[in-house]
Design a protein around this ligand. Structure first.
Ligand SMILES: Nc1ncnc2c1ncn2[C@@H]1O[C@H](COP(=O)(O)OP(=O)(O)OP(=O)(O)O)[C@@H](O)[C@H]1O
Length: 555
């Protein structure tokens, strides 16, 4: 029997930017299959996906779709051929509503007038299909968290005429429930003959969902085989060329005194009555569904949003929450002037030393809330943000500037930036985190997603902050680099820093955290010590249907 014709045949595909990033990739994609595309950060996965979907042309090579030459001139063109892509960077229009985004380009009209009722009912059907039953189609997208936006982006691409759907890190911001909905959709699509290209670093997911796996390394296809029977370890070996053994919990010494506590913290209905204590040397994980208030809680603690209830207390080390710092104060040195020029995001006024927690009396300071990130940073807090594109990075600026933004004091002497110091610091960060780049002058926007994430992390690595808030810090980071980031977090905890980490990846939380708090409907509804939790218990706490009046937890 002749082999069935491939739906898509890719032949010797190559892409050059200033360097070659894809080289001679040849593979086929069959109707109804899920092909996992994996490899280290910067291996070329997104570039290949973007070529498939008309976002960038190949430099060399050919493609055939159902036997016909396929060379999409644009994303629109690819969509006309039935190829759609859910990008790592979301393509939604924040000022439009959920419904308008879902039906953009095909808004129901009559004689030039928008038919709002028809728009909303079509949007409702699409939202229900992906499990977003509670999301109002009239909500402006700007009000949604990233996880909800991600689900919306997926819903938008589930069109009836789709022949190939490319999903680039689709679950990086999703919790198990949304991930399950996505997998149900994938099963339905493949049953209809749709082919899926699934790009991800989450190996357990790839094993669950994929029929075959293609591994890219340095732009070349180094492996293509059926997924069945392939262990996670073998997959890692193929991706990075060696096994990675550091993805496990390394016991920490007993946590030190309380560094930061929050009491009754709240803002509207997004965060309600949250009380918690964060100890020196511990990593407190925060689990919860998309929209449960996890990111909002970090933003309140960091002063990025103003709490309307409750207070934060920074405890020891003789450092009360300082009064608001007038913006003029930031302009007193060349360093801070440079910072203001780089970014609207405030930089510390002066470098602060961390007092060793063991020697500091747990003296209570005046409670308050931070009215700006500038205040929080000056008091010794840091935030690795979830939304690296809009809040974390200056995409057109070089790695050098992005990596040193949080602490210009470290590269200044007498108020003047020292280029040699800066270069040495940046080189060491690039080396330590294995940031794949041409050199430190390369604009961050040209880096692969995982490498951009490493730059966000690098920014806080060298700054001696006492409390580091981390929102999905390993999003899109490959398995080798993830082990590296975990080692850095262990090192920070050993130095006595207090770490508060939000993650949608339960496995990550269970690996790294000393305690895990679970948020639901804006409240902290459970707190587990290491040894007390199970995946089931964490999920049960996140899902329970008592959200109307759950008991708040204080520890
Ligand atoms: N516009 C661009 N200009 C220059 N180089 C680029 C550009 N876009 C991507 N690259 C480079 O191409 C290489 C491959 O990037 P790509 O985003 O395809 O990697 P990836 O495998 O998807 O990585 P990740 O897992 O981090 O998402 C990287 O070295 C990246 O820096």
């Amino acid at each position: 029997m002749p082999a069935p014709q491939a739906l898509l045949a890719i032949d010797a595909l190559g892409k050059d930017y200033t360097a070659t990033v894809l080289d001679g990739v040849t593979l086929t994609l069959n109707a109804g299959e899920v092909l996992a595309l994996t490899g280290e950060n910067g291996a070329g996965k997104s570039t290949l996906a973007k070529i498939l979907c008309g976002l960038t042309p190949p430099t060399r090579g050919h493609m055939r779709l159902a036997g016909q030459v396929y060379a999409p001139a644009s994303r629109r063109d690819a969509e006309r051929h039935g190829l759609r892509m859910v990008l790592q960077e979301l393509g939604l229009v924040p000022t439009l509503t959920v419904a308008e985004n879902l039906l953009l380009g095909r808004l129901p009209q009559r004689a030039g007038w928008l038919r709002r009722a028809a728009l909303h009912s079509a949007a409702r059907a699409q939202l229900d299909r992906i499990g977003l039953h509670h999301l109002d189609p009239a909500t402006p997208v700007a009000r949604l968290g990233l996880g909800q936006q991600q689900m919306l982006e997926i819903a938008r691409n589930l069109q009836d005429d789709t022949r190939i759907l490319v999903l680039d890190e689709p679950t990086a911001m999703l919790t198990p429930r949304e991930t399950s909905f996505l997998f149900e959709q994938i099963a339905q699509l493949t049953a209809r003959g749709v082919a899926i290209v699934y790009v991800s670093h989450r190996l357990e997911e790839l094993r669950r969902v994929a029929d075959r796996v293609a591994v890219l390394r340095d732009g070349r296809l180094v492996d293509l085989r059926p997924m069945a029977g392939l262990s996670e370890d073998e997959l890692v070996q193929r991706m990075v060329g060696h096994s990675v053994s550091d993805l496990e919990y390394r016991p920490r010494r007993a946590a030190g005194p309380v560094v930061l506590s929050a009491e009754g913290l709240g803002r509207g209905s997004a965060v309600q009555d949250v009380s918690l204590q964060l100890h020196a040397g511990e990593l407190l994980g925060i689990a919860g569904l998309v929209g449960s208030g996890r990111t909002e809680l970090l933003r309140l603690l960091f002063g990025a949003d103003r709490a309307d209830r409750g207070c934060i207390t920074l405890h020891p080390q003789d450092r009360p929450i300082p009064p608001p710092i007038p913006s003029a104060a930031t302009a007193t040195s060349a360093a801070s002037t440079a910072s203001a020029a780089h970014d609207g995001w405030p930089a510390p006024v002066a470098m602060q030393e961390m007092a060793p927690p063991a020697q500091s009396p747990a003296r209570r300071q005046t409670p308050g809330v931070f009215s700006s990130p500038l205040q929080a940073i000056a008091a010794g807090l840091g935030l690795v943000t979830e939304d690296r594109k809009s809040q974390g990075l200056l995409l057109t600026q070089p790695i050098r500037i992005n990596a040193t933004l949080s602490d210009l004091g470290a590269i200044a002497r007498g108020g003047w930036l020292q280029r040699a110091l800066e270069n040495r610091l940046v080189q060491s960060l690039v080396h330590r985190l294995g940031i794949r780049c041409r050199n430190a002058e390369q604009p961050v926007g040209q880096l692969s997603g995982g490498n951009q994430q490493k730059v966000v992390f690098a920014r806080w690595l060298h700054r001696p902050c006492r409390v580091l808030l981390l929102d999905e810090p390993t999003r899109g980071v490959d398995v080798g680099a993830r082990a590296e980031l975990y080692r850095e977090l262990d090192r920070m905890a050993a130095e006595g820093r207090a770490l508060l980490m939000v993650s949608s990846d339960l496995r990550e939380l269970m690996t790294m955290a000393d305690r895990i708090g679970v948020m639901r409907a804006g409240r902290l509804v459970a707190l587990f010590e290491r040894g007390q939790w199970s995946e089931q218990a964490l999920l049960a706490a996140a899902f329970a249907h008592t959200a109307s009046n759950p008991a708040p937890v204080t520890r």
